[in-house]
Ligand binder design. Structure first.
Ligand code: DAK
Length: 258
């Protein structure tokens, strides 16, 4: 499928989705959000890991497209917000691992996209923030909820209320990104992590992701019960038998996702 605002590449079982509007620092308009949602749906089934990044060396995504948002009515703003919520929820729901390669500004909707991914790696020049209050609105793609779960209330409120950006090192220190790497090595680093994940049992990755995502909103005991049930269910898979056999035979496992 040909896209206008994104590029999609496949490298074996790893997929790379690049937001490609560098002239507007990869800002997310409605069309881009729709294209991303369609691409993520298609790629999820064929990939073990999906890397999201932005075109150029300045921005991951500098937020929702302000030019498109400016004339919106409350009704169209609601619909626009829904597009972002559908995409971010999809990233959390798909079975494959998602990695944000934050190669510059990750602001507003851009940061909201990143925090919906399973991991975030940032380049040294990355700057992250939720500047929506500088525009007179709140974050609209789940930022108020996901950021607080990652960095805690105090830091989330500071970031949201001030609208200030944090640099990559600060983001790493407060648990907003996994690691900071030089910009020239960012994509290669993300591919290396993705390749490592792709070697693992895909059913186990998918179930572990679901346990973490769903368990977050559940009481601990109920979440732990789900973990025990999932652990037990996986004993009925070829991959579990292969993984343990391979260990005992001192060879790498060959997982098939069954
Ligand atoms: N939207 C549209 N265009 C953008 C953009 C954006 N978010 N960010 C940058 N651009 C465009 C600039 O307008 C400029 O275009 P030209 O003038 O060249 O045509 C081009 O990208 C280059 O930007 P600058 O010239 O400004 O570059 P600088 O290096 O000087 O500055 C910057 C980089 C990232 C600091 C600056 O561009 C900036 O502050 N950009 C805006 C960042 C921002 O405020 N992002 C948050 C957007 S709000 C909701 C739904 C969704 C949301 C909220 C509510 N509801 C329905 C309730 C989400 C909101 C957001 O994400």
């Amino acid at each position: 499928m040909a896209y206008e605002n994104i590029q999609v590449a496949r490298e074996g079982s790893i997929a790379i989705l690049t937001v490609n509007r560098p002239k507007s620092l990869n800002a997310l308009n409605g069309k881009t959000l729709r294209e991303m949602t369609q691409a993520v749906r298609e790629l999820a089934d064929q990939s073990r890991a999906l890397i999201l990044t932005g075109a150029g060396d300045k921005a991951f995504v500098a937020g929702a497209d302000i030019a498109e948002m400016a004339p919106m009515t409350p009704w169209s703003a609601r619909e626009f917000s829904e597009l972002g919520h559908v995409l971010t929820a999809l990233l959390e729901d798909i079975p494959c691992a998602t990695i944000a390669a934050v190669n510059g500004y990750a602001l507003g909707g851009g940061l909201e996209l990143a925090v919906a991914c399973d991991m975030i790696f940032a380049s040294e020049n990355a700057r992250l923030g939720l500047p929506e209050v500088t525009l007179g609105v709140t974050p609209g793609f789940g930022g108020t909820q996901r950021l607080v779960r990652l960095v805690g209330k105090l830091r989330a409120k500071e970031i949201i209320f001030t609208g200030e950006m944090v640099d990559a090192q600060t983001a790493c220190r407060i648990g907003l990104v996994n690691e900071v790497v030089p910009q020239a090595q960012l994509l290669a680093h993300c591919k290396k992590v993705a390749a490592k994940i792709a070697e693992r049992g895909p059913l186990a990755i998918a179930r572990a992701k679901r346990l973490v995502e769903r368990g977050y909103d559940m009481p601990l005991r109920a979440a732990n019960r789900q973990e025990a049930e999932t652990f037990a269910l996986l004993f009925d898979t070829q991959d579990r038998a292969e993984g343990m056999k391979a260990f005992l035979e001192k060879r790498p496992a060959r997982f098939v996702g069954k």
